[in-house]
Design a protein around this ligand. Structure first.
Ligand code: NAD
Length: 388
């Protein structure tokens, strides 16, 4: 059995910087059961820069590539890849990696569309390799504490969850502002994290109804004077009502076209009280700050439980997720967010768009089974590797 997992980093942009810091933190804490052997980005200078950074703490510099195919051919012994590319490229990068026999961790959302995600699930199953979707939010001390508080009955039987973010973003965010590259706006990109938290804390939604708007089809080079308008084609506003099992309801709103007052509120309510992100616990008679709740959680699970969630005191969510991936490759231990879990998370975000496209509530089971593709069909028609 291998002692170290050899890994290739694919897509060396902004988020790979966070992965590099995660790998480095593991190394700093004495967890050296992996080696970064290659870096790859279409923009070769980014792969070179990443290799330089890794070389500093690892002691040896990874080999550098500017296309995945060459990397896979040149690195037959490399065991795994960490894929952090733009959404559109996830499936076209991940499927060949499975075909070359690599274990894969890929950044969220799983794919640009569910059908593209399905190609990845099928390739993973055929290869029989580890498939992790990098969904890190639930790994924070806060989200672990909220999960524990709900499961231990602190707020009683669940009633509803509110998730509201209202703000204005006028600056241009490159590929993220284009549907054919990103798949959708923030409700998919960032929203898939929230979808995962809904499933983690409340359970799988059964259906949802959503209204989607594009109030401002431009972003601006000069946001102070609103000049240098750049046309964008992702939506900027979603308002959804979610239905979970046992009568639990959810209200999920996001807009980046709300000038003026910026606000947000994220809270889950049960029959006895509420848990509010960033604030803490409140019932009719008692309250606890989030720090107190986290301390209470750690007391309750004891040092062994804390070590399991935060090995060697590591609280960086990317580091703990990469550690889980490496362990899974070496020892066959489970990953928390498998390809299928990532698919179910993504289905919630896609259901927002599908509901608006068909003008009625949609069942999550229909979206997952690709029975509703009014929105995604237009994207699929234009994707490489898609057989429709
Ligand atoms: N977990 C989180 O909190 C979090 C935060 C930010 C981004 N992300 C995710 O990380 C991924 C990347 O986002 P980012 O912000 O780093 O974007 P980015 O644009 O900064 O970087 C993406 C990189 O991928 C490269 N790339 C694109 N296609 C490629 C291909 N076929 N082969 C090799 N390289 C390719 C691009 O050249 C670019 O350097 C996305 O899936 C995004 O949703 C996750």
């Amino acid at each position: 059995m291998a002692e170290r997992v050899t890994i290739g980093m694919i897509g060396c942009g902004g988020m790979m910087g966070a992965h590099e810091r995660g790998f480095r933190e593991l190394w700093d804490k004495g967890i050296k059961n992996f080696e970064i052997v290659a870096t790859c980005d279409l923009v070769k200078s980014l792969a070179e820069k990443m290799a330089d950074q890794v070389g500093v703490w690892q002691g040896n510099r990874p080999r550098v590539y500017s296309d995945v195919e060459t990397m896979l051919k040149s690195e037959p012994d490399m065991m795994a890849v960490d894929v952090v590319t733009v959404h559109r490229a996830h499936h076209s990068v991940v499927v060949p990696c499975f075909e070359a026999g690599k274990h894969v961790t890929v950044e969220k959302p799983l794919a640009i569309t569910l059908r593209a995600g399905k190609l990845m699930l099928d390739a993973a199953e055929k290869a029989g390799k580890v498939f992790q979707v990098a969904e890190n939010y639930r790994r924070s001390t806060e989200n672990r504490a909220i999960k524990w508080a709900i499961d231990s009955g602190m707020i009683g039987k669940l009633r509803m969850i509110y998730w509201v973010d209202v703000e204005e973003r006028l600056w241009y965010w490159t590929w993220r502002d284009h549907r054919d590259q990103a798949g959708g706006g923030w409700p998919l990109d960032g929203g898939v994290h929230f979808a995962d938290l809904f499933r983690y804390h409340v359970g799988d939604p059964e259906s949802l109804y959503c209204t989607v708007r594009t109030y401002n089809p431009y972003r601006y080079k000069d946001t102070d004077n609103l000049t240098g308008a750049i046309p964008v084609d992702v939506e900027d506003t979603t308002l959804a009502v979610l239905h979970f099992a046992d009568g639990v309801t959810g209200s999920w709103t996001y807009t980046l076209s709300g000038p003026g007052d910026k606000w947000g509120h994220r809270a889950v309510y049960g029959e006895h009280g509420s848990l509010t992100w960033g604030t803490g616990f409140k019932s009719r008679k008692n309250s606890m700050t989030m720090d107190e709740l986290i301390a209470e959680h750690h007391r309750a699970i004891g040092p062994d439980g804390v070590e399991k969630l935060f090995p060697r005191g590591i609280q960086d969510t990317i580091a703990t997720e990469l550690n889980e991936f490496v362990e899974a490759v070496l020892h066959g231990t489970p990953v928390e967010i498998t390809g299928w879990e990532g698919y179910k998370d993504q289905a919630i975000s896609m259901a927002l768009y599908e509901s608006d496209a068909v003008g009625r509530p949609v069942l999550l089971s229909d979206v997952e089974a690709l029975r509703v593709e009014a929105y995604q069909g237009r994207l699929n028609a234009d994707l490489e590797g898609m057989t429709r």
